[in-house]
Every structure is written in C-alpha cells, then in structure tokens.
Design a protein around this ligand. Structure first.
Ligand code: GUN
Length: 279
C-alpha cells in the first residue's frame, strides 16, 4: 500500500511560512482576482484563493464580470489593474467564456503582475530556468515530490498531458532537477508501456480514472493533477486511486493532493510580485 501524500498538510506548512514572512516584514500586498461568468468550479477555486490570501495576510480584490462581458471590458479592467499601485498580482480565472480570447487577455497582464506565470515572457523564462514566478500547479507537484524524500535527479519521469498550464512547464521543472523526462499525449503509442517505466508519474490528462494499475511501476511516485467531476457529483482524479495505491510507493489523493498546493504556490508568487515591484 502506497504512502498517501498529504497535499493539505504540505500546503498548510507553506502558507504558514508565507504568513510569517509577510507579518515579519510588514509587507502590504494586494492580489486582484478576476472571474468572468458563473462557472461553479471557477467560483469554488476563486473563493479558495481569496481564503488563502486572507490567511496569509494578503489583501484580495475580486472583480466579477458577467458571462456576456466583452473583450474590451476585460482588457480595460486589466489595463486599470496593471496601473494600480495597490495591486501586486493579477489573476484571471480560466476558462473564460468563449467570446473572450484567452491568449489575448493573458498577454495584456503586466508580466510583473502575472502571478499565474501564464504570460509568454514568463513561460519563456521557465523554459530557460531563469524565472521569478513559479508555474503554480507544476511547482506544487515538485513540492509534493520533495515531501516524499525521493530525488528527481536521474529518475525516469513521465508526464501524461502537454497543456501549457501543466504538462509542458511540469516537464521543464523535472528537467531542471535532472530527471529524464518523457511527455505523453493522445498520439503516444503504447502509453501504458511508457508509463510503466516511470519512477515518477504525473497524470494531467483531464480524464477520470485514466491511469490504471497496469500502467504503474511498483513503488513509483504517482502525482494526480486531475480534478474530474463524476455524474454522481463526486470529485475524482485522473488516476484510479483504489488500484494504483496498491502498487505505487507514494500517491496523491483527489481532493487534498495537488489542488491545495497550486494555491500555496500562488501565494508565494504574489509575495514575489511585491518584491520585484519594490526593488
Ligand atoms: N484554471 C484552472 N487552473 C487555473 C490556474 O491555475 N489559474 C487560473 N487563473 N485559472 C485556472
């Protein structure tokens, strides 16, 4: 039976450190959280981000736009926030309604306030390994791997999924720590065989119960980034937890694994935003 990696506990420890750091230095930090429309999952994520801000001692400013908001309205809001001295970080919750061009919106955020690290210039810096802002979800996964005591260096690491938000930056962070990294996707031949090589397996597919025990090496570290809602309303990951946990060495649960870590990394980035803006 695998050790369950407690994302809530690791996240709480990180947030506690951030809270102390902010209090010790008397930092006055603000995060603008922009939500467009009324997607229930986005609402939950935004509320959790605001709660984390409150815990850490970061001021959060919510901007809620209606589902039918125009691109001009949103771009205008971002311009205002870019110029607002009390706002150190800007986060636009994704996905956006379909009339809004996500790429255009993200590129409008000042790279110095882009606490999600989604702007092209911040993504480029991650690629090179010279970055101020962490890619939140991948950096959260790295913290969870670190918490197991398993070294990444020299290990076979397999990432399933190649999104700009998770798969690609995840591969970069593992590479920076000297992992041997393979990125799999929907066109990968014999996916199960590739996954079975992994000492560290990251599932970021977005399909419930996609990773089964036959795809996992005995004793592997399995990190489940998926958050899928089943028809019965229950949340589940990309990994078939019951059977994979019998075979893996370490595994993250859903919920309570990667999710809380993403938010803790966002808090870190918001402190970093304040620092680079006051240098
Ligand atoms: N939607 C899903 N994950 C994220 C995230 O990390 N940041 C933002 N802004 N939107 C998301």
């Amino acid at each position: 039976m695998a050790d369950i990696i407690d994302g809530k506990a690791v996240s709480a420890a990180v947030k506690e450190q951030i809270k102390e750091e902010i209090a010790r230095e008397g930092l006055d930090i603000g995060l603008a959280v922009v939500i467009v429309g009324d997607d229930p999952a986005s609402r939950v994520y935004v509320n959790n981000k605001k709660k984390a801000c409150e815990f850490c001692g970061i001021k959060s400013y919510e901007y809620a736009l209606p589902e039918d908001a125009t691109e001009e309205e949103l771009l205008e809001l971002i311009d205002t926030l870019n110029g607002d001295g009390k706002v150190n970080g800007i986060l636009v919750q994704l996905p956006l309604p379909k009339q809004l061009d996500e790429k255009k919106i993200i590129e409008r955020i000042s790279p110095m306030k882009d606490v999600d690290a989604f702007h092209e210039s911040n993504v480029g810096r991650i690629m090179i390994g010279n970055y101020a802002f962490l890619p939140c979800t991948p950096a959260g996964c790295m913290e969870l791997i670190r918490s197991t005591g398993v070294e990444v260096s020299g290990k076979e690491c397999v990432v399933i999924g190649r999104s700009n938000i998770v798969g690609k930056p995840m591969a970069m962070l593992l590479l920076h720590e000297n992992g041997t990294v393979t990125v799999c996707h929907s066109r990968t031949k014999d996916l199960a065989e590739v996954c079975r090589r992994a000492d560290i397996l990251i599932a970021a597919v977005g399909r419930a119960n996609f990773v089964t025990a036959d795809m996992v090496k005995e004793g592997a570290v399995v990190i489940d980034v998926g958050i899928n809602r089943l028809e019965n309303g229950k949340l589940c990951g990309d990994v078939k937890f019951d059977e994979v946990s019998e075979k893996a060495g370490y595994i993250t649960p859903v919920p309570g694994g990667v999710g809380p870590m993403t938010i803790a990394m966002l808090m870190k980035n918001t402190v970093m935003a304040k620092r680079i803006q006051t240098k």
